[in-house]
Design a protein around this ligand. Structure first.
Ligand SMILES: [Zn+2]
Length: 260
């Protein structure tokens, strides 16, 4: 257990309210973000919270960056840039699980699992916020053809570089504020964070659900489009974007735990 003070608690609530006020979080999103913050703060104190904060602030800013260019993709993804509890827990849930485990068994390598799961979340978020700004259409790993931007399981060079950078930024920051971390660990953990976005892409290309609008023909992750119900064209109904995000954040963390 770390120093969990009233100041820390006030800080978490303030950030969540700010997230809601700036429309980055819905009410349920702000509540679950507070919960995630409290668990992480209780386990890793300010250190854990600043790492979480870096992820939250950078992805909120990125989702606002060149928003008009990404409007069509928002329609496709069934979600707006306002994050609800499902999206918050998809990205912050794995980090919370590693934090709770750390409080219970106090195993130091859980800190690595924690930062890797945040790095994976950041990696995936950066890829999906910056990738769509690339000029060309992305390449689908499923059909091996060019597809519309925002399609799950599709990759572009800019998106891939962004996801590597997204992981690196989180691990580099952790490295700077953790004197005991080595350069080797910096490199290895960055790659594990990046692995998360690879898992995300592979699941997106395979079992993640995708629907098609019967009116306009758009392929989407939304169950409704043009105010009509959409039809499933691929994947499993249970495997939506949030489930895929959760798995791709928790899996690299588990592998790191096994290694260390
Ligand atoms: Zn439609």
């Amino acid at each position: 257990m770390n120093e969990f003070t009233p100041v820390l608690f006030a800080f978490i609530v303030l950030i969540s309210v700010l997230g809601w006020y700036t429309s980055n979080l819905s009410v349920s999103g702000a509540l679950s973000a507070s919960l995630v913050g409290i668990v992480i703060g209780a386990a890793f104190g300010w250190k854990g919270l600043t790492i979480l904060g870096l992820f939250f602030v950078s992805s909120s800013l990125l989702s606002r960056f060149k928003k008009s260019q990404k409007h069509a993709i928002e329609q496709k993804l069934a979600k707006t840039s306002k994050r609800d509890w499902q999206q918050v827990l998809a990205n912050g849930g794995p980090a919370s699980i590693f934090s709770i485990l750390f409080i219970v068994i106090n195993e130091p390598s859980l800190f690595f699992a924690f930062i890797v799961s945040i790095a994976a979340a950041n990696s995936d978020t950066w890829a999906s916020e910056i990738g769509p700004l690339s000029k060309g259409k992305p390449f689908s790993l499923r059909t091996l053809n060019r597809v519309e931007k925002g399609t799950s399981g599709a990759v572009s060079l800019i998106g891939t570089l962004s996801s590597l950078l997204g992981s690196f930024v989180i691990i580099l920051f952790s490295y700077i504020i953790t004197p005991s971390m080595t350069v080797n660990e910096l490199i290895i953990l960055t790659l594990f964070g990046f692995l998360g976005s690879i898992v995300d892409t592979l699941l997106g290309a395979s079992i993640q659900v995708e629907y098609q609008c019967s009116r306009c023909g758009m392929r989407t992750e939304a169950k409704k489009h043009c105010s009509f119900s959409t039809m499933k064209v691929k994947g499993l109904v249970q495997i939506n974007n949030e489930v895929v995000n959760f798995v791709s954040c928790i899996l690299p963390g588990w592998i790191v735990l096994i290694i260390y």
